[in-house]
Design a protein around this ligand. Sequence first.
Ligand code: 7RM
Length: 651
Amino acid sequence: MADIESLLKEKRVFKPSPAFARAANWNKKTVSELRRLGDKSPERFWARMAKENVSWFTAPKKTLQWKPPFAKWFVGGKLNVSYNCLDRHLEGENAWRRNKAAIIWEGEPGDTRVLTYGELHREVCRFANVLKDHGVRKGDRVALYMPMIPELAIAVLACTRIGAPHSVVFGGFAAEALRDRINDAGAKLVVTADGGYRKGAPLPLKPAVDQALQGAPGVEKVVVVRRTGGEVTMKADRDVWWHEVMEHASASCPPAKLDAEHPLFILYTSGTTGKPKGILHTTGGYLTHVTTTAKAIFDLKDEDTYWCTADIGWITGHSYVIYGILSNGATSLMYEGTPGHPGPDRWWDIIERWGVTVFYTAPTAIRTFIRQGDEHPKSHDLSSLRLLGTVGEPINPEAWIWYNKVIGGRRCPIVDTWWQTETGGIMITPLPGAVDTKPGSATLPFPGVHADVLDEDGDPVKPPAGGFLVIRKPWPGMLRGIWGDPKRFKEQYWSKYPKTYFAGDGAHRDKQGYFWVMGRVDDVMNISGHRIGTMEVESALVSHSDVAEAAVVGRPDEITGTAVVAFVTPIASVQADGELKGALRSHVARQIGAIARPAEIRFTEALPKTRSGKIMRRLLRDIASGKETAGDTSTLEDYTVLARLRESEEE
Ligand code: 7RM
């Protein structure tokens, strides 16, 4: 298992421009000083960040208490997340931010709403009072099943104001998945909406809540936002309208003074099998991590209009649409709908109209845009952009170069950020004013983060080489556990190596020590004894001009152990035929080597993805080997894809 062979041949290097470097929040000098501190003592590094970037009612007494795998950060410290995201921007020397936009929101139909820091503070206080009026106390869990509307941001911040941990459930999940998550967290109250807009039409949400609650006896109240105006049934004594209960709620609600380790939220992420895991994050460490990383990596300035396209139902939406951005007093843009509505240029239109300066999105979205053609971004003025980011998957160099050229006009640094729901915040990333970038590499660990790549025996690999990605020292944003399941927490993350967090990803380090994350180790294929990441074969496939997207899995093979099966979506104008299959097989052989040549290629219109755009390869593995799908499919975005894929079998 030791080596994950890296066959990536990427050699290009991009240096930060002198102008960007000069103005950066963290320049070369700051970064090298902080790296030294973080290498020597992560605790002292994070203690300094907690002091510089977070406001405390009571300063922490001890930075870290570490009883592996259980960590407590900033012990004795008291704080409030909503205070850090709101109140502190209305006080003292920051008081001018009262009328600065905190959230610029745009609905899919084109309606807009701008909430200033002053207004957002008022709304959050009012909703915090509504929660209290409806029986929610400190420690009680609140489930949020909502579209991407301002009320979702208001609701999460209101929860943090009173110390009620929230559990945001993707609006795309079905009733059953919602019910399981409500019950697992033991939520007492649910906030939802009549519906939201997606792909040009209202999509109802309330019926799924009604259905879920038939099997969720712990829920006492439901607050319903009117978004689409669609028909809903309101259950007497249980359901109330948001606008009615908000009408008389007081806008004064002092923030609860919470322990640094008070639970902040639970976020469910799908396990490979069975029950989804409720990842638990707490208050002081998480806020320190996301505030510090957002400031350094997105280089947030008061003049910026920052847009992260992630849904709040994903960790990226928690950390870098809401918490890390608002705690820095920056302006966060939030968009309700799909990228393709009303036309394929919707995102570029938003960037142009609002003058977005920092843009953070997923490689899967970038590949979709490449497929649609350059004319869409090129029909808009994107010159406001100054910094680009990616998250969620490895980005193939072709897509990186396109993003740099077509979206960034060759002037914007790209930060390829590696992290997980479990890590809370970004862990491996370029610092845009200080670190040279290479297309396809997340570059180096953030200061204070002790990431490494180990071999099967637990020894660090000698670069250039591949292995298992781990974090050797605790960090403040780390998950504190799996809700209600400490055993699974230990087994899942802390059992492969002693006292070391195993992320489940494979990575390669190059001669310079740069990290190249190759994807989940479950996805690594062993072909005649050679370990090849699915991502490398995918990257080779999408570098062919006729291919828009590709997903690769291994299928058991008597001779080679594993045979490569590729699911390929060709670009719109191309004839998907046997000739193209042959061309793609040779292309992969040329790019990587004959060993990686797909034994089978299946053309498909769509791939099974999560709402956050990750390809669900374990479902493809079942299809490739002709098995029925086992395990959790609740995170699948479009259920019809599976049936269609089964029909794609080779003639
Ligand atoms: C933030 C998020 C986590 C998994 C992770 C990786 C993959 C994320 C990158 C990446 C390569 C990246 N949380 N991943 N970012 N792989 N380069 N920059 O995505 O919990 O939903 O997923 O995503 O496999 O383990 S997540």
